[in-house]
Design a protein around this ligand. Sequence first.
Ligand SMILES: Nc1nc2c(ncn2[C@@H]2O[C@H](COP(=O)(O)OP(=O)(O)O)[C@@H](O)[C@H]2O)c(=O)[nH]1
Ligand SMILES: [Mg+2]
Length: 387
Amino acid sequence: MFVVSRRRFVVLTVVVLSLLYFLQVTLRDAVRAVPVTDAAVPRPQEEQIAIEAPVVEAPVVEAPPEPGHDLCHGREHANATLLMLARNSDLSGAISSVSQMEDKFNKHCNYPWVFLNEEPFTEDFKREMTKLTNGSVSFGLVPREHWFQPAWIDEDLARAGRDKMVAQDIIYAESVPYRNMCRFNSGFFFKHTLLQQYRYYWRVEPDIEYFCDMTYDPFHYLQDNNKIYGFTISFYEWEPTIPTLWSTVKEFIAKHPQYLAENNAMEYLSDDGGETYNLCHFWSNFEIADMDFWRGEAYQAFFDFLESKGGFYYERWGDAPVHSIAAALFAPRDQLHFFTDVGYRHQPFQHCPQGADWKQNKCTCEQWNTLDYFQQSCIPRFHRLFK
Ligand SMILES: Nc1nc2c(ncn2[C@@H]2O[C@H](COP(=O)(O)OP(=O)(O)O)[C@@H](O)[C@H]2O)c(=O)[nH]1
Ligand SMILES: [Mg+2]
């Protein structure tokens, strides 16, 4: 009796438990089938995924990069270097410029630095510069023949030219080193041994200011967009420093018309189809540019022609008008680039980005203080090229 009733009890228990399990499953599915329409009720998503969803690897969604944060990650360096010509006495200005460049751009990218000087850099200078960057640093001596006034220049004529400018109260009127520097920057820097391996350079001077974070790599920008010359400030040259430059340019063009690019930027340089120079130029203390252009046939022929006239010493031809005229005439206009989003100052002028660029790039300049809006600016002429 006891044995039978125990067996019955076990059977009953199994039946009851099966029934309860069946009811639980049916009810649970019924509840899940009801759509959740009340947005205020949080859906137990994780629980659902845990129970029902097949296990799939969730895609890795990276947070959008902070502007500038990874501007050089994920892509090889362009073939480029940062470049500074400086004297040992420029040390404090060089420290200021290099640390700003590192902070605003190069700490993300570690492009190399090349420093050039016609005298050996002091150990102090080298130590200070090396300390400021994680990129490689090289110090080069400018060969004598790339720097000093050539022997064939008539010194009496050159002195007369300097005296005339002193009388006109022109800045650097009497300075031969300044003329050496302008000639070197016009025709020789890109021939330096340390620069042979590079195509693009960013020219940086001591004592300049950068106001904004770079949010992209400007070397890649030039490369990807087939640009050869980038600038931030453009205005009028002081005519007494270049009295015969434009007539020399016209003579060169008449001899070598083949070097004039189709769709060049002559209208930026001249308001009368090339007859006279309106003195507009790109301020070359900031340049991000392609040395292959300077190394190319047209520019080489152009520089040799200018050099043969002696105007770097008899007058005071600057590398800014020389580079600008060449870039505007021997390259198509769409290979020139206005880095409008780069905030930059070299005494006494500055360019300050506007609007969204100013905000996104965390610029510290005041937006009203930008040469573009002043009468001295040639930026409107540059813009008109593309209208
Ligand atoms: N090594 C060397 N660099 C010079 C000399 N003169 C000017 N520079 C550099 O050439 C660039 C332009 O000179 P800077 O005095 O700033 O001329 P400015 O910008 O036209 O007033 C700067 O990078 C200077 O450091 C010089 O005699 N020797
Ligand atoms: Mg300067």
